[in-house]
Design a protein. Structure first.
Lengths: 475, 475
C-alpha cells in the first residue's frame, strides 16, 4: 500500500473536528495524551503507531460527519474500543484519527419480552449482564476480558471466549447493528429479529470485520434465559495428549455439551499458581481440563457433570475434582484467568498466539508444539479453549538467550508453529483477530483468491480505504 | 436492469457446454424437459420463466468452466437445487442456463470426532440425519421440507424451520463452504473450525445470498449430540392473541427454550384436519400451540414440559395435551405439516407470505391481520414459527370473488399486510427468501442505503451480473 496517499491531520482539519464535537473531545498535538492510543494489549512496540488526533464522538451523526470529513481530506480513521485487543487492530498504523467510542456507553433498551438488549458500542461487556440479570436473562457471547473490554470491540473482532463450545461466539448473538459506513452513511442492518433473510447477511459481514467496513453505533444482542445451576470441575491428566483426547469424547460418548472446556498444561498452571500463591495440586498432572456444565436446574447439571466425570476417568484422568461451592470455583478460575498475566511477569519477551484447529486435531497440535519447543530449546506453554480447538500459545524467550538471539529465532519458530497449524486444517486466529500483527501470515492459511474477495468487498465499500487501513490485508 | 445485455444460449455455446459435461448432461431446445426448471414451488405462473438450457455438472471444476464460459458469452446462470423454494429464487428470469446440482449428491465425510459432516450441495437434507444418526449425532438446521429439499438450497436461502428457536437456522451450522465464484474461481471459505477470524465472515455472507454470489460445491456442517428424549405438546387457547401472548412467557417466566413453538389458528387446523380426516379437537379452540421440548434425558424433558404446561395454563390455555407416544406425536405434526397442502386444495388462488416480526410483536401482527381480513372480506389464516416471530400467512381468495376482483385486490391487501409488518419492526421474509417475488417490496423494510451496499458487494464480486441476476435487488 502507498502510505503517502494519506494526508496528515492539519490544524484546519482539527478546527473542523472541533466544530463537530466541541473542543473538549478532540485531542491534537499532545503526545502524552495521544500515546495510550498508539497501541493495544500487544506488548511488542513494533506494532505501535501514534495517531495524529483522537476524537471522542457521542452520536452516530457526529461519527458520520467525521467520516465524511476524513474522506474529503484523505485522512484515515481507526475506530477504537477499550484497547484490549491482541492483534493491533485498534492501532492507527497510518496515523490519522483514532475514533474512540468510550462516550457511547449507554444501554439503550433492555427488552425482556423479546429477550434482547440494545447497546451502544462503548458499553463494558460485563455491564450488559449486570443490567439483564434481574430479568433472569444473560448475554452468552462475552469473552474472558469482559470486565474491561467494550461490546463494540467484541463485535468488531467477533470475540470468542470460554463458553463458545456451548453458546457460540459473539456473532451468534448479534441480531442487528446500526453502522456508520466508510462513506459516512448511517445504515441499519438486521433488527430485533430472530430470522431475517431480506438481503445478504450484512450483520454477519460486519461482525469480525475489525473496523474496516464500518463503525458500530448501536448493537442489538440476543439474550438467553440465565442458567439456574452451574458446576466447575477440574480434571487432572498425566499428559496433555490424554487430556486433549478426552475432549471430543465428552460430547460424542457422553452426549453432553459442556459450557466450557479449558485446557491448561503444567507450565501454564504452575506459572499462574506461583503468581497467585495458589496450591492447586498440579505437580502430579501434566495437564488439566477445567470443565463447566450449566443448565436449567441442579438435577440436570448433576447428571451432566457425572457423565463428564465418567468420560474423563474412562479416558485416562488421574483425578476429577468437583467444585461444589463458589469459593473453590473462583480459585480454579482465577488460575485460568491469570495465566497470561503470570507469564508476562515470568518473561516479558514472548510471542502470543491464538491458534485454532479442528477440535479433534488439538492433540496433534499439542504434540507438534512440544517437538518444536524441544528443537529450538524454548518453552511453548499452552492453554485455552480446548473444546473449540482454540489454543492460546506463547513462545517464551529462554532465560539464557540474548535479545539478539531471541529476535533472530522467534520468527522461524512462529513460522513452524503456523505451518503445523495449517497442516492440520487450522488458522492463525480463532478469536483475537488478524489486525496488522498477523496480516502477513494470512496466505499460509487462506488462498490468494479468498484474500482477493475480501479486498474486492473492502474496495466496494471503502473506495478511499479510509477506515482502519492496513488491517487483515493490504488493499 | 437492461435485459438486452445478455446473449441467448446459442448452439455454439451448447457445443462448448457439451464438451465440458458430455452430451447427456446438457438439455437444450427441448421445451418439455426444460419446463420443470422454469418455476419453483411458487404457484403463480407470473413468476415463472423458461431457461434456454439446463446443465447438470458433477464437479466444481465443471462448474468453474461453465461459469467462465457464461462470463465470456454474457449468458446468465441460475443455480438450482430441488426447486422447492418459495420466492422464485431458482427461476431463470433472464433465461440463460439453469445449473442443477442434483448430481452432486454425495455425503463426503462424516467426521464423528469433530462432530461435523461434509456434503455436496445436491444431498437431500434428511439424508444427512440418516447418515449421522448411528453416531448419536444430528444436524439441527433443517427446514420443514427436509424430505425433499437439498442442503445446497437450504444454505443458499438460509432456510429456517421449526426448530430455530432452540437450534437456530441453517446459518448457525455452516462452518465452511467451497464455492465457485461469479468469476468461475473455486474458493474455500471457513473449514472444520468452530472459531475462525481470518478475514471477513465470507461463509456467512454466502449463506442466504440466494445463488447471487457463488455456487456451493462443498458444505461443512456442524453436528450436535442427538437429543435422547423429546415430547410434543398441543396447547389449546380460546384466541390467537392468548396463544401468542403465552409464547415469550415460556422462556422468560418458565426459563425453558423449547425446541419448537408452532402456532396454528383455527382455520389452518381445520383445513388440515379436513384434508387429513383427522379429529384433533380444534372446535373449541381459536388457536393452538404445538410445542416440542427435547433434551439429553427423559427427566430433563419431563421437567421442561411441566414448566411449559404450567406457563401455558397460567396464560390462558384451555387445555394442554401431552403426546407421550410417537403415534400421537405424528398425528399432531401431520396436521402442522399439511396445512400448506390443505390450503392449496381449498383455494389455489392465494398469496403465500413469510412475515417475521420481533417475537413479542407477533400478537399485534395477528390482531392486525384479522382487521385487514375483515376489512377486505378475505381469509388470512396464519400458522408458523411463533417462537421466532415468523408467521406463514396466506391471503386466500374469497370463494365468491371473480378472478378479476382477486387480481385487482390482493396487491393492496398484501401492501397493507407488509405496512403492518414493517411498522412492527418486521420484514417480508424470515426464511423463504426474497428471490424476485418479494424484490419490489424490499424498500418497505430496509433503507435504500442498505440495498445500495448489497448492490456494491454484488458488483464487486460479479461485475458482469452473471449469477442469478434479478434476485433480491436489481443491480
Amino acid at each position: 500500500m502507498n502510505k503517502t496517499k494519506y494526508n496528515p491531520v492539519t490544524p484546519e482539519i482539527v478546527a473542523e473536528l472541533r466544530e463537530i464535537l466541541g473542543d473538549k473531545y478532540v485531542i491534537f498535538d499532545d503526545a502524552e495524551r495521544l500515546e495510550p492510543y498508539s497501541h493495544d494489549e500487544v506488548p511488542n512496540p513494533r506494532y505501535a503507531h501514534m495517531p495524529d488526533a483522537l476524537v471522542r464522538p457521542r452520536t452516530a451523526e457526529e461519527i458520520s460527519a467525521i467520516v465524511k470529513l476524513a474522506n474529503r481530506c484523505m485522512v484515515p480513521i481507526t475506530p477504537r474500543g477499550a484497547g484490549s485487543g491482541l492483534s493491533g487492530g485498534a492501532v492507527p498504523i497510518h496515523g490519522g484519527i483514532v475514533l474512540l467510542v468510550d462516550r457511547m456507553n449507554k444501554i439503550l433498551d433492555v427488552d425482556r419480552d423479546n429477550m434482547m438488549v440494545v447497546v451502544e458500542p462503548g458499553v463494558v461487556t460485563s455491564e450488559i449482564n449486570d443490567a439483564v440479570e434481574e430479568f433472569g436473562l444473560f448475554y452468552a457471547g462475552y469473552p474472558m476480558s469482559l470486565e474491561t473490554c467494550y461490546i463494540g470491540g467484541n463485535v468488531a473482532e467477533n470475540a470468542g471466549g470460554g463458553k463458545a463450545i456451548k453458546y457460540g461466539v459473539t456473532a451468534r448473538y448479534v441480531l442487528g447493528v446500526e453502522v456508520v459506513t466508510p462513506a459516512g452513511e448511517i445504515i441499519e442492518m438486521g433488527g430485533k429479529l430472530v430470522k431475517d433473510v431480506t438481503g445478504y447477511n450484512m450483520v454477519q459481514l460486519m461482525v469480525g470485520s475489525e473496523g474496516t467496513l464500518g463503525i458500530f453505533t448501536k448493537i442489538t444482542l440476543k439474550l438467553l434465559p440465565a442458567p439456574r445451576a452451574s458446576v466447575d470441575m477440574l480434571c487432572l491428566f498425566e499428559t496433555p495428549r490424554e487430556a486433549i483426547s478426552a475432549v471430543p469424547k465428552l460430547m460424542t460418548e457422553g452426549g453432553v455439551i459442556p459450557t466450557t472446556i479449558e485446557f491448561m498444561d503444567r507450565p501454564s498452571v504452575q506459572a499462574a499458581c506461583e503468581y497467585l500463591n495458589e496450591t492447586i495440586p498440579y505437580e502430579q498432572a501434566g495437564a488439566m481440563l477445567l470443565i463447566t456444565v450449566d443448565g436449567a436446574d441442579v438435577q440436570q447439571v448433576e447428571r451432566e457433570y457425572e457423565a463428564v466425570g465418567e468420560q474423563c476417568l474412562a479416558n485416562g484422568a488421574i483425578e476429577v475434582f468437583v467444585a461444589d461451592n463458589s469459593t473453590t470455583s473462583e480459585r480454579i478460575w482465577s488460575v485460568r484467568r491469570n495465566i497470561a498475566e503470570a507469564f508476562s511477569i515470568v518473561s516479558p519477551e514472548q510471542c502470543n498466539e491464538d491458534l485454532v484447529v479442528p477440535p479433534a486435531a488439538i492433540a496433534e497440535l499439542v504434540d507438534g508444539m512440544e517437538k518444536i519447543a524441544e528443537k529450538y530449546g524454548v518453552a511453548i506453554p499452552s492453554y485455552g479453549h480446548a473444546g473449540d480447538g482454540n489454543l492460546h500459545t506463547r513462545i517464551v524467550k529462554a532465560p539464557d538467550w540474548s535479545m539478539d538471539r531471541w529476535e533472530d529465532t522467534w520468527p522461524g519458530i512462529l513460522n513452524e508453529l503456523f505451518e503445523l497449524t495449517a497442516s492440520l486444517g487450522g488458522r492463525c486466529s480463532g478469536e483475537h483477530g488478524i489486525g496488522h500483527k498477523r496480516k502477513k501470515y494470512m496466505p499460509m492459511f487462506v488462498s490468494e483468491g479468498y484474500i482477493e474477495l475480501l479486498r474486492s468487498i473492502k474496495r466496494a465499500m471503502d473506495p478511499n480505504n479510509i477506515l482502519n487501513p492496513g488491517k487483515i490485508f493490504d488493499v
